[in-house]
Design a binder for this molecule. Structure first.
Ligand code: 4AD
Ligand code: MG
Length: 430
């Protein structure tokens, strides 16, 4: 018998197929039973009629508990009223394993209860929909870069130095030496960009942030790109085209999942190119107009980003931040050295900063000075300084947090649902 994935049942109308999965729900009238089966790609209702399958098979089906694993065989029929649009008229049932009483029932559970059982919670249709959208988003990023001749150059996870400040480092013992889990692959991207032109890396990054917010994880995945001969404007243009491409891909390929999440897709459909661009100084004006007390020179907090983002339907670039609040590697604006040629991309609907990026310092002397100002150890950065000694060029790059992007696209309240196993402050089980 041919096996079929539930998402592809439409290709098999009229045929007999076997679906391999788990029992999501069961109800029976005594003469007819309904088995809702999930296989990871969707849900399908199997209909079993007693007088057609016989007493034995019918009785066997009644022994099934929620999450028992099974193989069901039946004829595929179109049924617009059924979940997924198709139904199986069952002729066979093969039980693989009867599940013990399943802790996550179909009633509402608190999020604490579910988070403790994340390994099982992932099986529920909404969580599975988020994971499928995450997978589509990651694939879309890769396809975007591949189409544009970028080289995927993986950055190390174990590093000898800080990239994004020394306060959020996870320290590890590296055979007696001090090492850190990477906060960002950027510095390595700058080296591979000088070797390969346009590069990106995609991997886990780590921040020992003492923040317990709905936007922060201790371990998150970042897509980081770095381009030789790109200035701040080239950088923003690439980013908006990338984000727009990813949104279109999800709208095109994940309609079912967005529906399962009850996402208001008009919000995603109203994202338009080009994205608005405002300077930090203009953003401060915008905050003041909204009644916020804010001093030029301070960094934005989550509430400020929410206000800025909700002024626009598309994500908005905020560029030229004060030099003092940005990382050591940011290039000062030649027209106004109080600010740097960096830009963050702020998502709409209160999702906050999704990209941080900018043009890098390409001058050796200035970079040495910045390392000293930021009290960073020169020895650990000698290799990075080499990139300014041997063929320095203007270059720019950025890093996009996958989880914040998934949260926005899916319309989720909290970042913990955007990754299979979130790592949060004081929480790493399971
Ligand atoms: O703005 P950040 O710190 O930028 C960098 O790390 C640069 N070195 C990237 C580069 O230019 N190659 O972080 C980039 C993005 C943020 O905009 C946010 O989306 C995400 O990473 N991010 C987090 N996501 C979840 N939890 C956290 N604790 C995060 N910290 C940053
Ligand atoms: Mg940032």
């Amino acid at each position: 018998m041919a096996t079929a994935l539930i998402k592809h049942l439409g290709r098999h109308v009229g045929e007999t197929v076997t679906v391999q999965g788990w029992l999501y729900n069961f109800r029976s009238s005594g003469k007819i039973s309904f088995l809702i089966v999930r296989d990871g790609t969707g849900l399908v209702q199997g209909v079993m009629v007693k007088k057609e399958v016989g007493d034995d098979l019918f009785a066997l089906a009644a022994t099934l508990t929620q999450e028992s694993s099974l193989k069901v065989t039946g004829v595929v029929r179109e049924e617009p009223r059924a979940v997924g649009g198709y139904e199986l008229t069952l002729t066979g049932l093969d039980i693989v394993s009867i599940a013990e009483e399943y802790p996550i029932s179909h009633k509402e559970h608190g999020v604490e209860f579910l988070a403790e059982r994340r390994h099982l919670w992932l099986r529920t249709p909404k969580q599975a929909a988020v994971m499928r959208i995450r997978s589509e988003i990651e694939q879309a990023f890769r396809d975007f870069f591949y189409q544009r001749d970028f080289v995927l150059a993986d950055a190390p996870v174990i590093t000898p130095a800080a990239c994004e400040g020394t306060t959020t480092l996870f320290e590890i013992d590296y055979h007696g030496d001090k090492a850190f889990l990477s906060q960002s692959g950027q510095l390595y991207n700058e080296a591979t960009a000088a070797a390969l032109g346009r590069v990106y890396c995609f991997g886990p990054t780590f921040r020992a942030e003492k923040s317990k917010t709905r936007r922060h994880l201790m371990e998150f995945w970042m897509i980081e790109a770095e381009m030789a001969y790109f200035d701040i404007d080239d950088n923003m243009k690439l980013q908006e085209e990338m984000v727009y491409y990813v949104i279109q891909r999800v709208l095109e390929r994940c309609r079912q999942e967005l529906k399962a999440l009850e996402r208001d897709v008009t919000k995603l459909e109203s994202v338009k190119l080009p994205f608005p661009r405002i300077s930090y100084t203009e953003a401060v004006e915008l905050l003041k107009k909204a009644g916020e007390e804010f001093t030029w020179g301070d960094d934005f907090g989550a509430p400020h980003e929410t206000i800025i983002g909700s002024n626009f339907e598309s994500p908005v670039f905020v560029h030229r931040y004060p030099t003092a609040i940005k990382a050591f590697y940011m290039k000062p604006d030649p027209n106004d050295p109080k600010v740097v040629l960096g830009a963050d991309l702020i998502a709409p609907e209160g999702y906050g900063e999704m990209i941080g990026g900018g043009q890098r310092i390409d001058d050796l002397g200035l970079l040495e000075q910045r390392l000293d100002e930021h009290k960073l150890p020169r020895e650990a950065f000698e290799w990075y300084l080499d990139l300014r000694r041997y063929g320095a060029v203007p270059h720019s790059g950025f890093g996009l947090g996958i989880e914040r992007t998934v949260a926005w696209i899916c319309g989720l309240d909290h970042i913990r649902e955007t990754i299979p196993f979130p790592r949060m402050l004081h929480k790493m089980y399971p």
